[in-house]
Ligand binder design. Structure first.
Ligand code: CTP
Length: 214
């Protein structure tokens, strides 16, 4: 049964490889009701169809300007008004949006996860709960190397080169300073069960509050 109220929007931010997806999944799995949509900011990387593959490889993806933030905010507002959206799908191997889209129906809880969701003031204001996943840089780079080679079609050299030239500086400039906007900082991400339990208890109490006010 849906609440027919403004959904709850939870933002999960943290550096690359910090475990944002694991935190999102853990929250999803710990909540009894599954009326939840998980949206990745990565899906909203700008369409780069006008560029060649070589040009797309060279793009800096660790800058707020790499994202189609207007479309992301428009879609979040639609979901918050209980309307469906057609979410873009991102292809990390092609460094581009796919032609297909994914239909997302309105849900009671929307979890948005991404590296740069707290630097936009309008986006911040839409979020009911802001979580920062705080994981040491050495752990994050190891996770990223493994993931990018296994799942994103990258070489070890390309991951290291990208990390040193764009990812690391951007983390220090755009991600880390936004910790100050977070309501909660979770050390070590999705395997921190105490933090997940606290988050889930808070989300349940917001849901109950909404039900009582219905
Ligand atoms: N990125 C990339 N190539 C692209 C687009 C994005 O390498 N064509 C990288 C950016 O450099 C950015 C990263 O993707 O640093 C963002 O994804 P990340 O946060 O690492 O992945 P998640 O699975 O969302 O996060 P987590 O590992 O925390 O679960």
């Amino acid at each position: 049964m849906r609440m027919n109220k403004r959904p709850i929007l939870i933002g999960i931010i943290g550096g690359t490889g910090s475990g944002k997806s694991t935190v999102a999944r853990s929250i999803f799995e710990s909540l009894p009701e599954k009326n939840i949509a998980i949206i990745q900011q990565d899906s909203y990387y700008k369409d780069q169809s006008h560029l060649t593959y070589e040009e797309r490889v060279k793009t800096n993806y660790d800058n707020p300007l790499a994202f189609d933030s207007e479309l992301l905010k428009k879609h979040l507002r639609e979901l918050l008004q209980n309307n469906s959206i057609e979410k873009p799908i991102y292809d990390f191997e092609q460094h581009n949006r796919k032609k297909e889209k994914e239909l997302i129906h309105p849900k009671d809880i929307i979890i948005l996860e991404g590296i740069m969701i707290l630097d936009d003031c309008e986006l911040r204001q839409l979020l009911d709960i802001k979580i920062f996943v705080d994981t040491d840089a050495d752990v994050r780079i190891i996770r990223r190397i493994v993931r990018d080679i296994r799942e994103r079609g990258r070489t070890l050299e390309s991951v290291i080169d990208q990390y040193l030239t764009t990812v690391r500086p951007a983390h220090l400039q755009f991600v880390e300073p936004n910790k100050k906007y977070a309501d909660i900082i979770i050390p070590e991400g999705g395997y921190n069960q105490v933090a997940i339990d606290i988050m889930v208890a808070k989300i349940k109490s917001i849901i109950e509050e909404k039900r009582e006010n219905r």
